[in-house]
Design a protein around this ligand. Structure first.
Ligand code: HEC
Ligand code: HEC
Length: 368
């Protein structure tokens, strides 16, 4: 039996203090991801909001612009797009099973709940750049929303209930139908699973139903030069680092990762990123926090060569000496962790969200 460890990470951002309590359980059981219980009316409302571009400042992008159901709720790009005037510096992660995470974003900087992640995604200047009060007013003008908020038990639309309804929808995004779960593994994938748990050491960090320990580690992923050479991306990162209190923000030329929230004086968290889930990888290339690896073959070859080179690299990342066949088996195993696409009406708002609603006839007499 491996020992359970727990850690408490506290960091401050502006006046607010966020505390993340993470309890990594090494050697967690592998198996299907349990479906969450959801409130159907709240989730249906969250679904419409997720696909509604009116939630962004210029009403041009919705959550689904970067979290596209056809692409495993990622976007297929190395680095995500961003609000006009800025540009993304991180790879958009899948949202499938994201409701089960202990801390969100590649650096784990939000360790509270999806309500906070939703607020951040809506209001952050480089994300959707929306003022919550304006959002609330826009939503209150749409008769369909008035009905849906009421049916969900929220009463009148408010920004607080938007931040509850979207997480309720995110809880519906659960992996299902993966060959790994149904026991339909090819011989290659079965051999790959043995390597994964054994010689290749992957399960040290990728374990449990989602294949992650929800902890940050440094595996030495190389920088994506686009972030440092493209002025818009660079500016976006610099302002992010400035707001997060990174001392040397004008001069850094690397993504500091988890250091952004821990600020350890010895710099030992620089270059650590949260272990991502390994589910639904067939839909979500390219990989890593900065999208620098285009295929699973590249990822496995990277690990086989002993990861990248970084002074803080995790000691478990070392040359593996896997043969070509063994590397191919590992890839076959990783591919067996992708299930049915979540692209049906259950998960996707069926038509383009209609914004040409008819104004209320008696709007002058309506309350608010
Ligand atoms: C412009 C692109 C873009 C838009 C729009 C966007 N996201 Fe994201 N999302 C990202 C990127 C990029 C990340 C990773 C950010 C990071 O690590 O700093 C992310 C991370 C997340 C995460 C954390 C996932 C994880 O595994 O930690 C959640 C949850 C999320 N987004 C939900 C939403 C919701 C809900 C909306 C709409 C309100 C939304 N996003 C809008 C690009 C976007
Ligand atoms: C020391 C912990 C650790 C070990 C051991 C480890 N990984 Fe990872 N893995 C990570 C972290 C952390 C990341 C994210 C790094 C980043 O984004 O820069 C990652 C990323 C990945 C990704 C990319 C997923 C995505 O969506 O971007 C894949 C695939 C992967 N690992 C597979 C493996 C395989 C296969 C092995 C064994 C050969 C392995 N990992 C061993 C911690 C680990």
């Amino acid at each position: 039996m491996k020992k359970k460890t727990s850690s408490v990470i506290a960091w401050s951002m502006g006046a607010a203090l966020f505390v993340a309590v993470a309890a990594p359980v090494l050697g967690q059981e592998f198996g299907p991801v349990p479906a969450a219980e959801v409130d159907p009316a709240k989730a249906a409302l969250g679904k419409r909001l997720f696909f509604d571009a009116r939630l962004s400042g210029d009403a041009a992008i919705s959550c689904s612009t970067c979290h596209n159901p056809e692409l495993g709720f990622a976007d297929g790009l190395p680095l995500a797009k961003a609000y006009p005037g800025s540009d993304g510096f991180r790879n958009a992660p899948t949202l499938i099973n994201a409701a089960l995470k202990a801390a969100w974003f590649h650096d784990g900087r939000i360790g509270t709940n999806l309500n906070d992640v939703t607020r951040e995604s809506i209001t952050e200047t480089y994300s959707m750049n929306m003022d919550m009060r304006l959002m609330q007013e826009r939503i209150k003008q749409d008769p369909i929303y008035l009905e849906m908020f009421d049916a969900a038990g929220y009463g009148e639309p408010s920004n607080g209930s938007v931040r509850k309804a979207i997480p309720e929808y995110l809880k519906t995004l659960t992996s299902r139908g993966a060959p790994f779960d149904s026991g339909e593994l090819s011989d290659a994938a079965s051999r790959g699973f043995e390597l994964f748990k054994g010689k290749a050491g992957c399960a040290e960090c990728h374990n449990g139903a989602r294949f992650t320990d929800d902890q940050p580690h440094n595996i030495g992923v190389p920088e994506n030069p686009d972030i440092w050479l493209d002025p818009k991306r660079h500016l976006t990162y610099v302002s992010f680092a400035m707001f997060m209190g990174i001392e040397n923000y004008m001069n850094i030329r690397r993504d500091v990762g988890a250091h952004i929230r821990t600020h350890k004086s010895d710099g030992s968290d620089i270059g650590k990123f949260m272990t991502p889930t390994l589910r639904e990888l067939n839909y979500t290339a390219p990989y890593m926090h900065n999208g620098t690896m285009g295929t699973l073959q590249t990822v496995v070859a990277f690990y086989n060569a002993g990861g990248g080179s970084d002074e803080n690299m995790d000691p478990r990342i070392k040359p593996l000496g896997l043969s070509w066949q063994e590397q191919a088996d590992l890839v076959a195993f990783l591919e067996s962790l992708s299930g049915d696409p979540l692209t049906g009406e259950e998960h996707v708002w069926p038509e383009k969200v209609n914004v040409n609603y008819k104004p209320f006839d008696n709007w002058l007499e309506m309350e608010n």
